[in-house]
Design a protein around this ligand. Structure first.
Ligand code: BES
Ligand code: ZN
Length: 622
């Protein structure tokens, strides 16, 4: 056994999968998908083949040509991070057909009952596969080193529609031949006759293909009562079919095509044809997820002032850095997020101006410094390239790969100048597109293309060292400096005057609040809110930054607002600091009880990944 990824059972001596053909029957009343997956390998294989699964019931594995069963074993215990190891015995096979079902606890899937949706009439289900959850939707070599193309037929109730991070190529009645290769006898292995269910009245089949090889974590779908608006020649915005939501989203993202043109100028042609946006229900656990052809977004980015464009800029940037060039495994995650954060800020600089880009750099700088404090007993996680053996990527998610990665690239840019760095970036993307690479590959390419760079910058300290290297830096901008000095004044008891903040938007307030001393008096927090109503902000970045301050100064007046926030959104960027703020530290019995009660009441509304992350926070401190 030669592992290539600490988070996968994939064996480097086995051939990799090149194509997966899926048929997915959505059974909403039991929150399960009954499915078949036809996996095609690079070359014929004899002997065991290792696959990743989690929460899947494997009914049968067949030779697709003869339909004879292939022997397989599924590890009896579930590894808490990596799931269950499925081993199939092959005999000169280059493909296999797996009949399986997901289970209600599949970690990538959130099933929303009608009352949990906007319109409250139909159910909704969506995926979040990064980093290690694709294996809970279909058996696969769930490592980004194994890029696959796929096709999928989704059988859903006729009132619903399906979208995927793939090309849509059919909407039609189901036919029995969709399940070709699955004999009626095998179909009953599911415990019922899948073929007759598949062809029942009231169902529809949506077909998709993804012809570009992607890492499995970029597999994505959503099924619900969806609507859309056209916002550009390559872009539609989708969400639940509610006019108010669709119209607000269309306004918020009207500038997408302009952003795409700017990004193409910086990084080369957009390779994925369409760039659609899907606004998910409030429980979506991230700000955005860069699923190719269709980015998934939290509704909290719709703020009515075009600032949600920052998240779109980030996910758009992943179309080059992350989706074209992918980290080989999560230990090199900074190659995805550090490059993307750099690219996002270059886009923001063009479309929103240098001052806003500098504010974002400053917010990131603050976040990076806070992570150093968080990881002071586990400095491994402050390294760009780090050892993740036995580490759950969801639990160790941090700003380090984003902000230290950004700082590293910005440092190189300062060294060689922007024109040379831009040229280097374009060449890097053109050279490694559709490949999965590691830190060494990047460093070799850097040294080959910028001779002598290793004499100017300590590349090893940046990529393998702990902490923040001495040649990292804060942004240079008057607006940034002004806000930082106002934040400092607050310690001395001076609140900003109205004329000083009259043109502040979300990012200015966020930077200000995040830089206030955590040790301020509750009375000061109350006075600040009385003047500027930050606890009522519609911008969750501002509201949550304020509530964190309220919690750290033990200002009980705001605990009601904290509870309300924890119950209305499932974005982990907000859940993590609020739950951690409540339970960390000594003598906080009241806050711990509050956190436990709120989680018990809100749990069901969170995505399974967010449930796991909050559980880990509570387990550590309560
Ligand atoms: N790819 C990430 C989200 C992610 C990371 C999902 C790790 C699962 C595991 C996405 O591109 C991202 O970084 N989203 C940010 C957006 C922000 C940096 C603008 C988020 O969700 O906050
Ligand atoms: Zn990202």
């Amino acid at each position: 056994m030669a592992p290539i990824d600490p988070h996968s059972f994939t064996d480097s001596t086995h051939p990799l999968t090149t194509h997966i053909a899926l048929t997915l029957y959505f059974h909403f009343s039991s929150s399960t998908i009954h499915a078949t997956a036809l996996l095609t390998l690079q070359n014929p294989c004899t002997g065991p083949l290792s696959l990743d699964t989690r929460s899947l019931v494997i009914h049968k594995i067949l030779d697709p040509e003869t339909l004879t069963p292939l022997p397989f074993t599924l590890s009896s215990s579930e590894h808490p991070i990596n799931g269950r190891h499925l081993t199939v015995s092959l005999n000169n096979h280059s493909s296999m057909l797996i009949l399986y079902s997901t289970s209600p606890s599949s970690s990538a899937l959130q099933w929303l009952s009608p009352p949990q949706t906007f319109k409250k009439i139909h159910p909704f289900v969506y995926t979040q596969c990064q980093s290690v959850h694709a294996r809970s939707v279909f058996p696969c070599q769930d490592t980004p080193a194994a890029r696959v193309c796929y096709s999928a037929k989704l059988n859903v109730p006729r009132q619903l529609s399906a979208v995927m991070s793939a090309r849509h190529c059919g909407h039609r009645d189901p036919v029995g031949s969709d399940l070709d290769g699955v004999l009626t006898k095998e179909a009953t292995e599911f415990g019922f006759d899948l073929k007759s269910l598949w062809c029942e009245e009231g169902r529809v089949v949506e077909e998709f293909v993804m012809e570009q090889p992607i890492p499995p974590y970029l597999f994505a779908f959503a099924v619900g009562e969806l609507g859309f608006r056209e916002v550009g020649p390559r872009t539609r915005v989708y969400s639940e079919a509610v006019d108010g939501v669709l119209d607000a989203a269309a306004r918020e993202f009207a500038g997408t095509e302009e952003m795409m043109r700017q990004a193409e100028g910086l990084f080369g042609e957009y390779d994925w044809e369409r760039f659609d946006l899907l606004v998910l229900p409030p429980s979506f656990p991230y700000g955005g997820m860069e699923n190719p052809r269709m980015v998934f977004l939290t509704p909290t980015v719709i703020k009515g002032d075009a600032s949600g464009a920052q998240v779109v800029a980030h996910e758009l940037a992943h179309s080059w850095t992350g989706n074209l060039i992918t980290n080989k495994n999560n230990e090199h995650f900074w190659l995805n997020e550090g490059f993307t954060t750099y690219a996002e800020r270059r886009i923001v600089e063009v479309v929103q101006g240098e001052d806003i880009a500098a504010l974002n750099v400053g917010i990131g700088w603050r976040g990076l410094n806070e992570e150093m404090e968080r990881f002071k007993d586990n400095m491994e996680f402050t390294k760009l390239k780090n050892n993740q053996e036995g580490v759950d990527p969801d639990d160790m998610y941090s700003q380090v790969p984003y902000e230290k990665g950004f700082q590293f690239l910005w440092r190189i840019e300062r060294q060689i100048g922007r024109p040379a760095f831009d040229e280097f970036l374009k060449k890097y993307i053109a050279t490694f597109k559709f490949k999965s690479i590691d830190t060494e590959t990047f460093l070799d390419f850097l040294k080959a293309n910028i001779p002598g760079i290793e004499k100017e910058i300590d590349l090893q300290q940046w990529t393998e060292g702990t902490g923040i290297p001495p040649d990292a830096q804060e942004p240079v901008s008057n607006l940034y400096t002004k806000i930082m000095s106002l934040a400092n004044d607050f310690k001395l008891g001076r609140m900003p005057r109205e004329d000083e903040v009259c043109d502040w938007k979300g990012q200015e307030w966020e930077l200000y609040l995040e830089n206030l001393s955590k040790a301020v008096e509750a009375s000061q927090v109350i006075a600040l809110d009385a003047r500027y109503r930050l606890s009522e902000s519609k911008d969750y970045e501002v509201k949550v930054a304020f509530l964190q301050l309220a919690i750290s100064s033990r200002c009980r007046d705001y605990y009601g607002e904290v509870e309300k926030t924890l119950k209305e959104v499932g974005r982990m960027k907000y859940l993590r600091p609020l739950y951690s703020g409540l339970v960390q530290g000594a003598g906080k019995d009241e806050e711990k009880i509050l956190a436990k009660r709120v989680f018990a009441e809100a749990r069901e509304c969170y995505h399974p990944i967010a449930q796991g992350v909050v559980e880990a926070i509570l387990a550590k401190h309560v």
